[in-house]
Ligand binder design. Structure first.
Ligand code: PLP
Length: 405
């Protein structure tokens, strides 16, 4: 019998954060090894708990959340998201502009399915959160990566953005605060990028899922608050700021020149109704989260758990001769650079695989984030300081004696 092939639609689609190296880690766990998983931004397993009032509100609503909801989401959740963006300077935000989804991931996939025709190009940062590249390719589009400049705090290189625009460019993706680099963009940069989008009629896709995880006085401006004449799709959710990644709840908010986007919005409504609705009980978390006490603020200041972990990990990585790392201004990752004169790595995926096998610590190689050179990797900042110290200590042991043929 003929083998069952995977569909051609999956050519160019990959998500290496949970790819072959993570599968090897799983195999090792099944053999009885304890693996320290520094590969995914999943707060709960590291002891970050959801705010109590969110759990209480979800439990309280559970008995009445048994039916499907409106495809865009329950009204109180959508109003809460609209009011959140109103309070952040986006005029005219309305509950009808909000789509609640099973995490931002689902909404990224839906938005790109609804937006792209075959061959449409989307500008995506390099490095990126790789779902963006995968989702563009899956939707038949072409991911075109623009370079972010490590020597300039990982800010996007706007000259490179301009150079990569063609007549097929349809949209530009911003990830701010950025995963994996930790960059947080200032208004001047956002305005520059928006003026490029304006000049070329691009849709702006702004992934702001880490908008409350900010360090050292960094401030975050929603892209949409700077452009009410463009179509801006803002993505946000509860996975990170409120530590409930497993609940799978996020939103897409459309603002700006909505009239221009009418046909796209009609398409999005079809896609939203095809999957009926997002998980209903957890939609009740949105209003409580956005309206309540913002406990994340305690975690991201000196003395707060996330800040202190970031601070220690950043210092220790930079103390390793041959590694350097820009200090993150937001999110929860480090993206260190390997000096390849000191450590001649040819294959970064093989490096993280060998490190996993020798030291039982799982990292993600830089090329998984569509970074072109094999000279970076990503560490998640979620474990307690002592655990991070140990893991980075193992890296300091491993790298000097490590050689690839
Ligand atoms: N966007 C970014 C930049 C992320 O880092 C993640 C998860 O790590 C997501 C989107 C997806 O988040 P979720 O589907 O949990 O809402």
């Amino acid at each position: 019998m003929k083998p069952i092939e995977r569909s051609k639609k999956l050519d160019g689609v990959c998500y290496d954060i949970r790819g072959p190296v993570a599968r090897e880690a799983k195999r090792m766990e099944e053999e009885g090894h304890r693996i320290l998983k520094l590969n995914i931004g999943n707060p709960a397993p590291f002891g970050f708990e959801a705010p109590d009032e969110i759990l209480k509100h979800v439990i309280h609503n559970l008995p009445t959340a048994q039916g499907y909801s409106d495809s865009q989401g329950i009204y109180p959740a959508r109003v809460a998201v609209a009011q959140y963006y109103q309070s952040r300077g986006i005029r005219g935000a309305d509950a009808d502009d909000v789509y609640i989804g099973n995490g931002v991931s689902e909404l990224i996939l839906m938005a790109l399915q609804g937006l792209l025709n075959n061959g449409d190009e989307v500008l995506i940062p390099s490095p990126d959160y790789p779902l963006w590249t995968a989702a563009v390719n899956l939707a038949g589009g072409k991911a075109v990566h623009y370079r972010c400049d490590e020597s300039a705090d990982w800010y996007p290189d706007t000259a490179d953005i301009r150079a990569k625009i063609t007549s097929n460019t349809k949209a530009i993706v911003l990830i701010n605060p950025n995963n994996p680099t930790g960059a947080v963009y200032n208004d001047a940069l956002l305005l520059d990028i928006l003026s490029i989008a304006r000049e070329h009629g691009l849709v702006v896709l702004s992934d702001e899922i880490y908008d409350k995880i900010l360090y050292d006085g960094a401030t975050h401006t929603p892209t949409a608050s700077l452009a009410d004449d463009l179509v801006v799709l803002t993505f946000g959710g509860l996975s990170k700021n409120y530590r409930i990644a497993g609940f799978r709840v996020g939103w897409l908010f459309i603002s700006g020149a909505k009239q221009r986007a009418r046909p796209f919005i009609e398409g999005l409504n079809i896609l939203a109704s095809m999957r009926l609705c997002a998980n209903v009980p957890v939609q009740h978390a949105v209003q409580t989260a956005l309206g309540g006490y913002q406990s994340i603020n305690e975690l991201v200041v000196p003395g707060g758990r996330l800040y202190d972990q970031m601070d220690v990990a950043h210092r220790l990585v930079n103390e390793i001769d041959g590694l350097s790392c820009v200090r993150p201004k937001g999110a929860m990752y480090l993206f260190p650079k390997i000096d390849r004169k000191k450590f001649p790595i040819k294959d970064d995926e093989l490096m993280v695989l060998d490190f996993l096998r020798q030291h039982k610590v799982l990292l993600v190689h830089g090329r998984a984030f569509n970074w072109p050179e094999p000279d970076h990797f990503r560490i998640v900042l979620l474990p307690h300081k002592e655990v991070l110290e140990q893991a980075i200590g193992k890296l300091a042991q491993f790298l000097p004696g490590y050689h690839q043929l």
